[in-house]
Design a protein around this ligand. Structure first.
Ligand code: DGI
Ligand code: FE
Ligand code: FE
Length: 193
């Protein structure tokens, strides 16, 4: 499927507001990719598809996870996590995306994971800081993004983890692994300075 066709199809599956968010993630992901040396074409396609099934019924998202061997532990955690893993499956099976880097960036855009690739980081961070986002702390994330992908993403995950703690929700283990992984990377970087 051509890029424009994918865009129209994705757009038709979400409310206009979520499509505006998607456009913001695309623009931001491409800019971050150019700044930090990721592939902007891959960042663009991952961004277009990252929330493709965010507005599908949750029982449909759960069915995709159950029937296609996706991580079953997701079903024990917040439903907000499901659309990312289900979305990667949809990108592969319904949109013919076969690039594993792009599929991973979609798959881990919500939870993160221990060893995030450059493209994972770019898409996840773009999702946090696209121009339409307005939450306490987003300004700090945008400032950090000027000089460090890892610092900016760490600020993003810290905010999400705090939010979950305050709501007395469980944190998906991959999110903790993602945060730990970023700290290891930042410490290694600082030790070299
Ligand atoms: O789909 P979006 O709204 O654009 O953003 P997203 O895919 O990053 O979803 C974020 C939501 O997921 C956010 O409101 C917090 C929620 N969430 C619930 N449990 C977890 C979680 N996010 C992370 N990273 N880890 C969790 O365990
Ligand atoms: Fe999402
Ligand atoms: Fe999003």
């Amino acid at each position: 499927m051509k890029r424009e066709e994918i865009m129209e199809s994705v757009r038709s599956q979400m409310p206009e507001k979520r499509w505006t968010h998607t456009l913001g993630v695309m623009e931001t992901a491409v800019r971050l990719a150019e700044r930090y040396g990721a592939d902007p074409v891959k960042a663009d396609l991952a961004a277009i598809l990252h929330d493709v099934c965010k507005y599908w019924r949750v029982d449909e998202q759960a069915r995709i996870i159950r029937e296609n061997g996706l991580p079953q532990d997701l079903l024990e955690y917040d439903k907000e996590l499901w659309h990312a893993h289900a979305g990667a499956w949809v990108a592969r099976t319904q949109y013919g995306v076969d690039d594993e880097e792009i599929l991973d960036a979609i798959r881990y855009h919500t939870s993160g994971r221990e060893k995030m690739t450059l493209l994972d980081k770019v898409v996840c961070l773009a999702d946090y800081m696209e121009p339409g986002r307005d939450f306490p702390g987003v300004h700090n994330i945008r400032e950090n993004a000027e000089h460090s992908l890892e610092k900016a993403l760490l600020a993003g995950f810290d905010g999400t983890i705090r939010f979950l703690l305050d709501k007395r929700k469980r944190v998906y283990p991959l999110t903790l692994a993602a945060r730990n992984g970023l700290i290891v990377e930042l410490e290694a970087e600082e030790a070299q300075e």
